[in-house]
Design a protein around this ligand. Structure first.
Ligand SMILES: [Zn+2]
Length: 198
């Protein structure tokens, strides 16, 4: 089934991701199927990539673990106290971190609705790419994202038909992953990796 380059998920954790536990999660509703994947972009400060605090922790990772120093940048004051997370975060070089077990409910979507169903956090897996609405994403990010999605498809088959973006589930409120995110490229890579599996 699997190739040397494929990623696997065991007990809600992706093998290829570095685990960095976030307190920002809770249980999914009873008997709910995990059946959607939501793509986001984030950068802290906005449009700066790879920036870290004095503790050496990447600002986005600090945000997702409630360790962000709100005084470190004026922008951080505007999000002060936010308690958010994603299941996965993929940096510009393709480094991938997992903050929340896929079987738990991460806090990435906020007020949202997908195909008429509210509360996307209940049933989705959230993946943040380090980026912005104004620049292209890296080749490494697409590669790692596609492989992660194939692993998620394997572990949670109902997600296969529901790959979406934050702007699609929270229109008018959210714009990510933005116009520079190449859905065609992603879908082609996912198809390629699915084909090479079988
Ligand atoms: Zn988002």
């Amino acid at each position: 089934m699997s190739t040397a380059s494929s990623m696997t998920i065991h007990a809600g954790r992706l093998s290829a991701a570095t685990w960095f536990a976030s307190p920002n999660f809770n249980k999914r509703p009873e008997n709910i199927a995990i059946d959607a994947i939501v793509i986001h972009n984030i950068s802290l400060p906005p449009s700066e990539f790879g920036a870290c605090g004095k503790d050496g922790v990447h600002y986005v990772k600090a945000l997702f673990t409630n360790k962000l120093d709100w005084e470190a940048h004026p922008y951080f004051q505007t999000i002060k106290g936010a308690e958010v997370s994603a299941h996965l975060f993929i940096e510009r070089d393709g480094a991938m971190t997992q903050f929340v077990n896929f079987n738990e409910r991460a806090w990435h979507a906020g007020r949202s609705s997908y195909l008429g169903r509210p509360e996307c956090n209940d049933y989705s897996i959230g993946i943040e790419l380090e980026g912005s609405d104004f620049v292209s994403f890296s080749t490494a990010q697409y590669e790692v994202l596609a492989k992660a999605i194939v692993a998620i498809y394997d572990a949670y088959p109902k997600t296969r038909r529901h790959l979406t973006g934050h702007s699609d589930i929270a229109p008018g409120r959210k714009t990510d992953p933005g116009d520079y995110f190449d859905w065609t490229k992603l879908r082609e890579l996912v198809t390629h990796h699915l084909a090479s599996q079988s």
